[in-house]
Design a protein around this ligand. Structure first.
Ligand code: 3PG
Length: 201
């Protein structure tokens, strides 16, 4: 099964920013223990590459993606570390090119019809709608889907546990992303993961 199909099964993607390398194992292990073995590990600091490699090594059943990938160099490092999918807050042609060459799925961030058209021209139809709540949430996604029936969205940004069911009940939404799942102590993260997984069942 490909990474996109696996994301469709989990339905929720924890957006993870690891502050210190030594925190990576307990944080990622808490997601696995909570029943949500998937993570978008953000390239927002120096820990990301090592955390992706650690996740692939310690949690082989986990689906490990790289997030906040905004240029070619980061994308190469992410894939070199073992990222199984790549996410950007926006649409980057150079990131799309590296992903295509490496045969790693790329989920770019979009908001507008023009950005969606650009993504489609690059052969990309699974898109992150970001930041979702600031740009009209489900209402905007429904309007966009009327024009672009071939597109599937992963809304992220301001999506909480209480919103999950409403978003996921719309069939064009293949998953929701959220950082809230991966915040707090390991015990809190395990509970958040379990709650998110239960909400999708
Ligand atoms: C992201 O980069 O995807 C967002 O920071 C996640 O948004 P959230 O923090 O509102 O869940």
């Amino acid at each position: 099964m490909g990474a996109i199909e696996r994301i469709e099964e989990y339905k929720v993607v924890p957006v993870v920013t690891i502050g210190k390398a030594e925190e990576a194992e307990s944080l990622l292990g808490a997601l696995v223990a909570g029943g949500l073995p998937v993570a978008e590990i953000c390239f927002r600091n120096e820990c990301a590459e090592g955390a992706i490699a650690l996740a692939r090594n310690k949690f082989p059943a986990m689906l490990v993606g790289a997030g906040t990938v905004i240029n070619r160099g980061q994308c190469m490092r992410a894939i070199g570390a073992g990222a199984q999918f790549v996410v950007s807050p926006g649409l980057s042609e150079e990131v799309a090119a590296v992903c295509r060459e490496s045969e790693v799925p790329y989920i770019p961030g979009v908001v507008t019809p023009t950005e969606i058209m650009k993504a489609l021209s690059l052969g990309l139809a699974h898109l992150k709608f970001f930041p979702a709540s600031d740009f009209g949430g489900l209402k905007t996604i429904k309007s966009l889907c009327a024009a672009f029936p071939q597109v599937r969205f992963m809304p992220t940004g301001g999506v909480s546990l209480s919103d999950l069911n409403e978003y996921l009940s719309f069939p064009k939404i293949f998953a929701c992303g959220g950082s809230w799942i991966a915040k707090g102590s390991a015990e809190q993260i395990r509970e958040n993961a379990a709650r998110a997984a239960a909400a999708c069942r």
